[in-house]
Design a protein around this ligand. Structure first.
Ligand SMILES: [Zn+2]
Length: 444
């Protein structure tokens, strides 16, 4: 993990958030190469799930939603972690993360009886367990404290803790406007915010993340077959489009005791990260839980009327949900390789071609030979026109350029030398094998 974090910083993929001011815990900024990788992953997802399908539609909802959203969804009451404070050093921790064998619903008595040592100072003197709501609170409009210095409760709003509710709250709008046949899915990509007590593991557990979620609406009698279909399609997306190694993805059937009370089936896609097995994405059968909550809180009818049978019912929902940062780390850690070329150690990022920030790097063999530079510029312009994501590099010597392009995962380096001027051929060097072939410019 340390090697990957270091490469991400060194090459401009991912930086600590607000680094210039000493950082901001649990936030990360994407640099030029990171944002390129992130955008490619997000657009592969959007193409696969929305653009190429007849049964999926996109949504882009506001981040700040009416607070009744979170009352209806249960987040106001239950989106909370058990927080415990050490009376000696005043360190604050998630109780279920510092003690073995307890759940989020641990009580003060249970926790204190375990005699857990404070991870910071080693004492066992704990305060009571308190529920800490993880939603980020904000205030809407021109808000001033009253005479007592208090801010009116009615101005409170939250940064959304998940994108899913932005989809559920638009279900009725979509049905009323485009009236899609069941089953159909609504997809959304966007930011979600969780005030984690202790963010850690690089971009795996951050306070601000980008989610890609689908709510797939089905007739209640067909949830099992649709669940199986989505399970297969999600594997296909991860393995064939994002090209994650099959051997690192493990389906975990979440046992009833760990599932949300309304869910009859949830499968977590676990992934072998550098720091161990962690959840990459989840596929959950949510029944009609969310639409019924909205119907109750809003007083609006959430029923769907079947065009053919005339039957009216509230659809059930299957939700594939994935965090972009988790997917990026899965991609980076699968691509990260250390090997040896001609007796020299090298670091190489074996990114799939469709995700690599640059597809080609073009360079003149020598940058002080104007005729080589001119020819290389021609080839660069031609490839750029064709592929867009092409980079130019004439720094250092050719060996150093290869090293750099290996580290950022550029699949092919194209080098223009004196032979090019004679016969219009170039050297194309392959990132993974370091093999070089000579080919015609027209065949690039
Ligand atoms: Zn302590």
């Amino acid at each position: 993990m340390e090697d990957i974090i270091s490469l991400c910083k060194r090459r401009g993929f991912i930086f600590q958030g607000s680094e210039v001011y000493g950082g901001m815990a649990g936030t990360w900024d994407f640099g030029p190469l990171g944002v390129s990788l992130k955008n490619k992953i997000m657009s592969e997802w959007w193409n696969f799930w929305v653009e190429k399908r007849d049964d999926m539609f996109g949504i882009d909802a506001a981040i700040i939603m009416n607070p009744r959203t979170w009352v209806a969804s249960g987040h106001t009451a239950t989106f909370a972690d058990p927080l415990v404070e050490c009376k000696n050093c005043h360190g604050r921790f998630r109780a279920d993360k510092i003690a073995n064998g307890i759940t989020e619903s641990v009580t003060t008595e249970e926790f204190q009886s375990l005699k857990v040592k404070c991870p910071t100072c080693g004492k066992t003197d704990w305060g009571p367990i308190r529920k800490f709501n993880m939603m980020f609170e904000t205030h809407i409009g021109a808000v001033l404290p009253d005479d007592k210095g208090e801010i009116a409760e009615k101005s409170v709003a939250y940064l959304r803790p998940e994108t899913a509710q932005g989809i559920f709250t638009n279900y009725k709008n979509v049905v009323d406007t485009i009236y899609p046949s069941l089953p159909f899915g609504l997809a959304q990509q966007g930011k979600a915010f969780r005030n984690e007590i202790s963010p850690r593991d690089f971009i795996l557990r951050d306070r601000e993340c980008t989610q890609m979620e689908i709510e797939y609406f089905v007739h209640p009698g067909t949830w099992e077959e649709n669940f199986e279909k989505l399970l297969k399609e999600n594997h296909y997306f991860l393995e064939e489009i994002i090209k994650l190694p099959k051997s690192k993805i493990h389906d975990l059937e979440v046992p009833a005791s760990d599932r949300a009370h309304y869910s009859k089936r949830t499968v977590d896609f676990m992934f072998d990260y550098p720091n161990g097995e962690e959840e990459l994405m989840g596929l959950a059968y949510r029944t009609d839980f969310d639409l019924q909550n909205i119907a109750r809180e809003s007083g609006k009818n959430m029923e769907y009327r079947d065009k053919n049978t005339g039957e009216s019912f509230v659809p059930h929902v299957i939700e594939p949900s994935i965090g972009v940062e988790r997917l990026i780390l899965a991609v980076l850690s699968s691509a990260y390789t250390e090997d040896e070329i001609d007796g020299n150690k090298r670091t190489v990022l074996k990114l799939p071609e469709n995700l690599a920030p640059y597809r080609f790097c073009v360079s003149p063999l020598l940058k002080n030979k104007p005729e080589l530079v001119e020819k290389a510029r021609e080839v660069y312009a031609m490839l750029r026109e064709k592929y867009t994501n092409v980079t130019w590099d004439d720094s250092g010597n050719i060996g150093k350029r290869y090293r750099k392009q290996d580290e950022i995962g550029t699949p092919k380096c194209v080098v223009i030398d004196f032979d090019t001027l004679e016969d219009d051929t170039v050297t194309v060097r392959d990132r993974d094998t370091a093999e070089q072939v000579r080919i015609k410019i027209a065949e690039l």
